[in-house]
Design a protein around this ligand. Structure first.
Ligand code: PLP
Length: 395
C-alpha cells in the first residue's frame, strides 16, 4: 500500500466519532444491521426488526435463502466472470427462463446492471426504430437518475437532474387520465414510459383502463410502449409482471431490483418487433449478463415458481388490506407487495413509530403513503405484528 495513503488520518467529526468516507447523499436510518434471516434484520445491539421494505424492493426471497445462496456459491466456484463476448450456458439459461416467466409477447433479453440502465437502453431501442424526438412519461413516475431516465422522472428537473438539458422533448401525462393521452402521445412521440404500479410515487396503480388506452394510442401513432417494472416486476404484484396482472402487453419491459435478490442485475425484455431492430454493437455492457448475475436470476425465478410465491404474495397482500386499516391507516392502494397504506398523519411519523416497535416500512413521495415492499416469503403471522403495532399508534 502507498505510504501516504497509510498515513492518512481517519476523519473524525466534532464529537470525536469516526466519520466514514461515503458521499453523504443518503439520509441514514438509525440502524446498524449485522445479520439477516428470512424477513428479519438483526442489529448489533440484538434487536430483531421485521423488514417490510426489503432494501427498496430488492430482497424478494428475503435473507439467507438457501437456493439462491447455493446457486451463487456454485457459480463462484465454477466461473465467476466472462464477458458477453464469450457464450455461457448460465446466461443462455437465465435469458430463456426470464422470457418464459414473462410469458407471450417477449422473446429477447438484454441484461444490464441497474434499473436506470435498463430504461436508457429501452429508450435507445425506441429511438433506433424511428426518427422522432419526443417521449411521454407519467406524472409522479420515477425511472432513475441517469440523463434519459432522469429526464422522464417527475420533479427531477426541479430537484436533482444536474444536466443542463434533457436529451429529448418530454411531456408528462396525468396519472389515470385517459382523455389526456391523445394530447401527449402524437405522431412525434417515440415512446411512452410508465410504471404500471408506481413505486416511489406512492404505490399507485395505474389501472387497466389507463394502460389499455396507452396501448391503443401507442399502436395508433406508432410509438413504443415501455413498462418500467423495475420496482413492480418479477412477482411483486403476485403476477410475473404487472403487465400480466393488467392483461396489457407493452413493446418492452424493464426490470431490476427483485430480479437478483441483491445481486446487482437488470434486464430489458423486448417484443420480437423490437428485437428485430437490434443491431450488432448497438448496445453494450461489461457486467450486464455476467455469470453470477445470471445464476442469481435463475435462482430467483426458480424459487418464485417452485415455492408458490406468486400465490403467497396475492394471499398475504389481501390479508394486509383486510387487517391493517387500523390506527393511523385509513386506506390502501397499489398491488401485491407494492402496497401503500394511506395514513391520516404524515407517513414519516408512522414510519418512525413503527421503527420504534421494531418494524421497518418505507415512505414515498406521497407524504401520506407508507410503502410496504416486503420479501415474498412474508407470512400472515408477520402481518399480525404489523396490525398490532399500527393499532398502538395514535391515529
Ligand atoms: N425505475 C423504477 C420504477 C424505480 O423504482 C427505480 C429505482 O428506484 C429505477 C427505475 C432506477 O433503478 P436503479 O436505481 O437500479 O437505477
Amino acid at each position: 500500500m502507498n505510504a501516504n495513503r497509510q498515513a492518512m488520518p481517519i476523519a473524525q467529526s466534532a464529537n470525536g466519532a469516526v466519520r466514514d468516507h461515503l458521499a453523504p447523499v443518503f439520509a441514514q436510518y438509525p440502524l446498524d444491521i449485522v445479520h439477516a434471516e428470512g424477513v428479519w434484520l438483526i442489529t448489533r445491539d440484538g434487536r430483531r426488526i421485521l423488514d417490510l421494505y426489503g432494501g427498496h424492493a430488492v430482497a424478494a426471497l428475503g435473507y439467507g435463502h438457501p437456493g439462491w445462496t447455493r446457486a451463487l456459491t456454485a457459480q463462484a466456484e465454477s466461473c465467476n466472470f466472462q464477458s458477453n463476448a464469450v457464450p455461457m450456458e448460465v446466461r443462455t439459461r437465465a435469458a430463456a427462463r426470464l422470457v418464459r416467466f414473462a410469458g407471450p409477447g417477449f422473446d429477447t433479453v438484454f441484461f444490464v446492471n441497474s434499473g436506470a440502465e435498463a430504461n436508457e437502453n429501452a429508450l435507445k431501442m425506441a429511438f433506433a426504430m424511428t426518427k422522432r424526438t419526443h417521449v411521454a412519461a407519467v406524472e409522479h413516475g420515477f425511472h432513475g437518475r441517469t440523463a434519459a431516465a432522469g429526464a422522464l422522472t417527475w420533479g427531477a428537473m426541479q430537484k436533482w437532474y444536474g444536466f443542463p438539458r434533457a436529451p429529448f422533448d418530454v411531456s408528462f401525462i396525468p396519472r389515470r387520465d385517459s382523455p389526456a393521452i391523445a394530447q401527449h402521445v402524437t405522431e412525434k412521440t417515440v415512446a411512452v414510459i410508465v410504471e404500471p404500479v408506481q413505486g416511489v410515487g406512492g404505490a399507485f396503480d395505474m389501472g387497466a383502463e389507463f394502460l389499455e388506452a396507452l396501448r391503443r394510442r401507442c399502436t395508433d401513432v406508432g410509438a413504443q410502449l415501455i413498462f418500467d417494472e423495475v420496482q413492480c416486476g418479477v412477482g411483486r404484484t403476485g403476477y410475473p409482471f404487472a403487465a400480466d396482472m393488467y392483461g396489457v402487453t407493452p413493446d418492452m419491459i424493464t426490470t431490476a431490483k427483485a430480479l437478483g435478490n441483491g445481486f446487482p442485475c437488470a434486464a430489458l425484455l423486448m417484443s420480437p418487433q423490437v428485437a428485430a431492430a437490434v443491431k450488432l454493437d448497438a448496445l453494450g455492457t461489461t457486467f450486464g449478463g455476467g455469470p453470477m448475475a445470471c445464476a442469481a436470476i435463475e435462482a430467483v425465478i426458480e424459487a418464485i415458481e417452485s415455492e408458490g410465491l406468486l400465490d403467497r404474495v396475492q394471499r398475504v397482500a389481501a390479508y394486509i388490506r383486510e387487517t391493517c386499516i387500523v390506527g393511523p391507516v385509513i386506506g390502501h392502494q397499489g398491488a401485491g407487495f407494492l402496497t401503500g397504506l394511506r395514513t391520516a398523519r404524515p407517513a414519516k411519523e408512522v414510519h418512525a413509530a413503527l421503527l420504534n416497535r421494531n418494524i421497518l416500512a418505507g415512505t414515498s413521495s406521497d407524504p401520506n403513503v407508507l410503502r410496504l415492499l416486503p420479501p415474498y416469503v412474508l407470512e400472515k403471522q408477520h402481518v399480525d405484528l404489523l396490525r398490532d403495532a399500527l393499532g398502538g399508534i395514535k391515529p
